[in-house]
Design a protein around this ligand. Structure first.
Ligand code: CU1
Ligand code: CU1
Length: 288
């Protein structure tokens, strides 16, 4: 039977505790850092050579769907009652949200070095040392709202701009695609400054610290953020039942994107699963 992913604001105290305990157990066993490594390894941009599978590409959504499933499977091996909760950032859009409480994600980083000093993932608690990072820092960092150049979380209206798209993705299948649900939800634009970041990207930007860049998985809120991104894709799929994943066939030889993006029935590394196979998740999990 399919299990349910809940809105984090609806979790009971006991459910919050179980989720945190399962995450900490994966970290203790070294498995959490394997997930960070995978994300770092697949962090490639438009300008990089070779296949882009995780970001700035059509398979951004199915790649993260499978990535979350793998993480959730690992969590459920620790505690079969745990699922990944989602963070609706259009609703819980301030640092006062219970998401950031002492018994769940902990709060903002302190001003001096952006170190998170509250909650289960605070360095001083001894259970959350950053091992796979892009800097020397061994502690989790956050910088809510990026005070140096303030940015807010995405609004419903901004999100609607993505949700109203009726086509999944469009040529050139990268961060410059002007139309299509995927790039608008992933959140790349041609603007400069903070306007450049929309929706999914904007949330990474708002949390700041380690949530910027390839090692963002070091912040456990990554999973709650991506569960909501996955929910949005799922909702978009039901609203657009005929709009399948694109490209349906690989970009032809001679195209800039030849062998650089994954088509509907091509396999996504590192799991050998295709976007088509991930289109329907309802036999595995549902959103509550
Ligand atoms: Cu990612
Ligand atoms: Cu992300």
């Amino acid at each position: 039977m399919a299990y349910t992913r809940k809105d984090q604001r609806d979790l009971t105290g006991a459910e919050r505790k179980r989720f945190v305990a399962a995450v900490l157990e994966l970290k203790r066993a070294g498995r959490y850092d394997d997930f960070v490594r995978t994300h770092v390894a697949y962090y490639r941009a438009d300008g990089d050579k070779g296949l882009r599978v995780a970001h700035m590409a059509p398979s951004f959504l199915p790649w993260h769907r499978q990535y979350l499933l793998e993480f959730e499977r690992a969590l459920r091996e620790v505690d079969p009652k745990v699922t990944v909760p989602y963070w609706d950032w259009t609703r819980d859009n301030t640092p006062a949200s219970s998401l950031w409480s002492e018994d769940f994600m902990g709060g903002n980083g302190r001003r001096r070095d952006l170190q998170v000093t509250t909650g289960p993932f605070a360095y001083a608690k001894g259970n959350w040392t950053i091992k796979v990072g892009v800097t020397e820092n061994r502690f989790l960092t956050r910088d809510f709202g990026n005070p140096a150049d303030p940015i807010g979380l995405p609004t419903r209206r901004e999100l609607a701009d993505a949700m109203d798209e009726t086509v999944y993705d469009s040529d050139p299948w990268d961060s410059t695609s002007r139309t299509g649900f995927r790039n608008k939800l992933e959140g790349w634009t041609r603007e400069r400054g903070n306007g450049r970041w929309r929706n999914h990207n904007r949330v990474h930007r708002w949390v700041g610290g380690l949530m910027l860049g390839g090692a963002s998985v070091n912040d456990p809120v990554f999973w709650l953020h991506h569960a909501f991104v996955d929910l949005l894709w799922s909702r978009w799929q039901s609203e657009n039942p005929r709009a399948g994943y694109l490209p349906a066939t690989p970009p032809p030889r001679g195209s800039d994107q030849h062998r650089r993006v994954v088509a509907r029935d091509e396999r996504m590394p590192p799991w050998n699963v295709t976007p088509a196979e991930l289109a329907d998740h309802r036999h595995i999990y549902r959103y509550g």
